[in-house]
Write a protein that binds this ligand. Sequence first.
Ligand SMILES: NC(=O)c1ccc[n+]([C@@H]2O[C@H](COP(=O)([O-])OP(=O)(O)OC[C@H]3O[C@@H](n4cnc5c(N)ncnc54)[C@H](O)[C@@H]3O)[C@@H](O)[C@H]2O)c1
Length: 283
Amino acid sequence: MVIKNVAVIGAGTMGSGIAQVFAANNFNVTLVDTEQTYLDKGIKTISSSLDRLIKKNSITADQKDTTLKNIFTATQLDSIPHDTGLVAEAIIESKSAKLSIYNKLNDIVNQDCIFASNTSSISITELAATTRPDRFIGMHFMNPVPMMQLVEIIRGYATSDATFDIIKQLSISLGKTPVEVFDYPGFVANRILMPMINEAIFALFEGVASAQDIDTVMKLGMNHPMGPLTLADFIGLDVCLAIMEVLYDGFNDSKYRPCPLLKKMVAAGKLGRKSKEGFFKYD
Ligand SMILES: NC(=O)c1ccc[n+]([C@@H]2O[C@H](COP(=O)([O-])OP(=O)(O)OC[C@H]3O[C@@H](n4cnc5c(N)ncnc54)[C@H](O)[C@@H]3O)[C@@H](O)[C@H]2O)c1
């Protein structure tokens, strides 16, 4: 199956990056969000990202124009062409919101269209259950999508080998490195990353060291490019908490209990960079 038309649902942080990567590789992309202002913001993000690549001599100005011309925006799902081969969904991390999108899309696109979710933590098997389980898969890109090499490809319980092979090859054609992962809470990336971040928050909560010093230990001692608390601020503390809750509920294991300090900070609206304050302050 040759995929030429791709729909990306959600024009936020991840959706804009995913749309950019597909468009830069000559796919026709329909980018959908609920309001034109979100789409305009997404296109602006893509344009700035392409400008940075021009500055680094990674692409030409013509390639930027072609990439932008490959993206069509829409506020309605039924603007997506019937012959779209892949829907890459990157809306908010809500199971009910995602299920509602897939149930609507099921009647809009052809039966052979593959549904891929960029969810960080929701079960692919559960998302797939009501639509097309064999043609449903997780395509977990990393942030920022144009820069990060990895795509975790998550096989739901019923994902077919044919679907997996198509998405694996497609990821390679985007210049990414796909890794096959089975559907368990947090997949691989967040199952390992989030408990580390949560443990760093426990260390702060228990007064083991200051936020700055915890990050310094991990940067200088483990050669991490950024400390876990800075990374938590970058990801968003609400997102970190939601993923810890998925791990905790999914495994019923107390080792995944979210740190009370993380819960308190989310309740206080200290969400990290996006609220200008988390473990650190931002202008
Ligand atoms: N941010 C990250 O670092 C990261 C990394 C990997 C995966 N993810 C996952 O990617 C997904 C998107 O995350 P994000 O950080 O881009 O979120 P975001 O909040 O930046 O963007 C979400 C976008 O979806 C739109 N949206 C919400 N409901 C919609 C609907 N019904 N139809 C169309 N658009 C809708 C919103 O308007 C918003 O523009 C989530 O599932 C998240 O868990 C995020």
